[in-house]
Design a protein around this ligand. Structure first.
Ligand code: HEC
Length: 278
């Protein structure tokens, strides 16, 4: 009998890793749920078999033993003298010390939590799995982008110019005060981020570079990409506002960082103009 049980257990242990190798092509919630139940059931069967084997080895009444164990689990015996299990290896005796109750309670809580979690996420589907959350965010972001494009916020990025009209600069300034001052300071003199009023730029000056920096951000240094926050027109306004602050040299501004920026496009245009006049 014992041998049959043992071979059953070993078969289960041999099959489990094999089952894990089977490629799961269909991962809809029902398959997932079926897998969770199957694995839980297998674990339950293994635990039961191991318990039965243990009881058979120890030669005790299984019902009385189970009752004793559960009772001890809930109300630990007051005696601190742990029963001797009767195993002696290298003169070391094994005592059946009881597990500290707080540990057992913690274990019980994790079991309850697992059931709550599984019911919530996999059975009732009340909370969303992370893949679903991600998909939703992608859809929402695309929608937001479409709305922005439709509301006339798009511009031709290849032909960017720094705007000079008061309305665009005012709008850019308002966005700057709202979103950028925490890192660049109220007068753009620099705090965590660099001074934006001098001629020195880490990522290049001029509207194209500034626009790209605002659009893509510098995530490695803590500045997020503003692409999904502002429309293209808004980013052009903010970039233009930033450039309108050139040379304002605010009090307490940070020192120069990066390279002194010379506008290459204008230089090229001048050359072309010169070439034409010649
Ligand atoms: C969380 C802080 C933070 C916020 C908010 C932030 N930035 Fe930045 N920004 C930085 C940091 C840090 C850098 C420097 C990146 C580097 O060192 O490469 C930077 C760099 C820049 C640069 C390039 C400067 C250069 O020298 O090339 C521009 C332009 C810029 N920010 C504009 C903006 C604008 C416009 C906003 C608001 C829409 C903004 N930033 C909001 C932290 C921030």
């Amino acid at each position: 009998m014992k041998k049959i049980l043992l071979s059953c257990v070993s078969v289960v242990f041999a099959v489990l890793p094999l089952a894990a190798q089977v490629p799961v092509t269909k991962t809809d919630p029902e398959t997932e749920l079926a897998m969770i139940f199957t694995i839980s059931f297998i674990v339950f069967v293994i635990a039961t078999l191991m318990y039965i084997i243990g009881v058979m080895n120890a030669n005790v009444d299984p019902i009385a033993d189970l009752y004793y164990r559960i009772k001890n689990y809930i109300v630990p015996p007051p005696s601190e003298v742990a029963p001797d299990v009767g195993h002696i290896y290298d003169d070391i005796r094994e005592l059946d010390n009881r597990i500290p109750p707080w540990f057992n309670y913690l274990f019980g809580i994790t079991v309850v939590f697992a059931f709550v979690y599984m019911t919530d996420y996999h059975v009732l589907g009340l909370s969303k799995l992370s893949t679903d959350e991600y998909q939703e965010e992608v859809v929402a972001a695309n929608l937001q982008k479409k709305i922005m494009m439709a509301s006339g916020g798009s511009i031709n990025e290849n032909a960017l110019v720094a705007l000079k009209d008061a309305e665009s600069l005012k709008e850019g300034g308002e966005s700057f005060q709202k979103f950028c001052v925490s890192c660049h300071g109220p007068q753009a003199g620099g705090l965590v981020g660099p001074n934006l009023t001098d001629e020195y730029w880490i990522h290049g000056g001029g509207i194209k570079n500034v626009y790209t920096t605002i659009k893509k951000g510098v995530p490695a240094k803590g500045m997020i990409s503003w692409e999904l926050v502002f429309s293209q027109k808004q980013m052009q306004n903010i970039g233009s506002y930033v450039l309108s602050l050139q040379g304002t040299n605010p009090l307490g501004g940070k020192g120069p960082e990066g390279q002194k920026y010379v506008e290459p496009v204008i230089a090229a245009a001048k050359d072309t103009a010169k070439a034409k006049t010649l």
